[in-house]
Design a protein around this ligand. Structure first.
Ligand SMILES: [Zn+2]
Length: 165
């Protein structure tokens, strides 16, 4: 069964949890149910998809690690030059390493092998290969997770509560 979006008392997205944990929070009266799916967990207890805590939680900012997997995830496993999708993607340095380009969110993008080889040690402008989107650091790790969990048709009811996804 699915994941549940947990909102803070202020209605801001707080985290994503399992439906089991969400049910426990509801049963203990620590949260209220805002959205649910038709399925029933227990008698008269529909499966939650969005809940809201009855108390306010302070959350420290969590930095999202710069990893190959997270770069591919940010770019939706799509080559940022030709839109090819798949799991054969490589990581391209927009400004090549040999030209001083660093390992940063702004300089790393998903690229298919063909585009990566074609571009070689040139900048996108020199190679006349435009980027689909300007690479940037994800807003927050929660935003990153929200985008991931609402791709395709999943968890569409979450979108009401999250800005920018
Ligand atoms: Zn490509």
């Amino acid at each position: 069964m699915g994941k549940v979006l947990v909102l803070n008392a202020s209605y801001e997205p707080l985290n994503i949890t399992s439906w089991r944990r969400a049910v426990v929070l509801l049963l203990k009266g620590k949260a209220e149910q805002l959205e649910h799916k038709g399925q029933i967990v227990y008698a008269d207890f529909p499966l939650p998809t969005v809940i809201r805590l009855r108390y306010y939680v302070r959350v420290p900012y969590k930095e999202i690690p710069l990893t190959r997997r997270n770069i591919l995830e940010r770019d939706a496993n799509t080559c940022q030059y030709c839109t090819a999708k798949g799991d054969q993607l490589t990581i391209d340095h927009v400004v090549p390493r040999s030209r001083g380009g660093g390992d940063t969110w702004e300089n790393l993008v998903a690229a298919c092998v063909r585009c990566n080889v074609k571009k070689g040690s040139r900048t996108p402008k020199e190679a006349d290969m435009m980027l689909l989107t300007k690479p940037r650091r994800p807003y927050s790790s929660l935003h990153f997770e929200l985008v991931k969990h609402t791709r395709g048709n999943s968890n569409q009811e979450w979108k009401k509560y999250a800005i920018g996804i």
